[in-house]
Design a protein around this ligand. Sequence first.
Ligand SMILES: NC(=O)c1ccc[n+]([C@@H]2O[C@H](COP(=O)([O-])OP(=O)(O)OC[C@H]3O[C@@H](n4cnc5c(N)ncnc54)[C@H](O)[C@@H]3O)[C@@H](O)[C@H]2O)c1
Length: 217
Amino acid sequence: MALIPNGIPEKTIERLSEYRRTLLACHREGITHIFSHVLAGIHGITAVQVRRDLMLIGFSSDTKKGYDVKVLIDFISNILDSENPVNIAVIGMGHLGQAITKYFNGKSLKLRITVAFDVDPAKVDTAIDNIPCYHMECFEKVVQENDISIVIVSSPTKVAPELVVPIINAGIKGVLNFTSTRLNFPQGIYVENYDITTLLEKVAYCVKESEENNDNN
Ligand SMILES: NC(=O)c1ccc[n+]([C@@H]2O[C@H](COP(=O)([O-])OP(=O)(O)OC[C@H]3O[C@@H](n4cnc5c(N)ncnc54)[C@H](O)[C@@H]3O)[C@@H](O)[C@H]2O)c1
């Protein structure tokens, strides 16, 4: 089980983000309290898991009425969010880069994609979905001027390894890599590699296994 620097397991961090989204939806609907088993049911996990996750972040509450939705949103936000908004850059403003930008911007109060990088002359020095797009040659300078701490890598896979050095030199702290090549960074730079092929193969394997088990029963 991978641990984030403060000792909270990665999976717990992912679930906290999911709980917060659910709690925000509850809050918008005027729901003030929620029981752990209800939150668990929505997320397809056990109430014990929810309670364990919240215990890990030091959250306790009067469980007779369930968790106070607003208090829990604020508590999780204190854990997940930085005090100030975090600026993110996209490297490779193609199909995926543009889809991520369109989908993501406006979804989070604290995280925002503010600049993009590409090498295509048709994209460089234009604004795509209101995001200014710069040439990779200016990467370090633009990152520093725009206080960027996280990058999303959505360049072609074959150029991704060439991006590692500029990312390190620019002082980037976190990388979400969508290309099919695993990128390794020195300690101090957190990287999440997200490969759709791996995930689909995992789903297909689980489907195959469950079909084989059903056939044997
Ligand atoms: N993980 C996933 O779920 C998933 C899904 C789709 C695509 N992908 C991957 O995402 C990447 C992008 O896919 P796409 O369909 O958007 O491709 P695309 O060709 O539409 O976009 C790639 C963009 O990167 C730019 N680029 C090329 N060289 C560059 C460089 N050196 N620096 C910066 N930008 C550069 C191109 O000009 C282009 O705008 C690919 O690596 C692909 O394998 C991942």
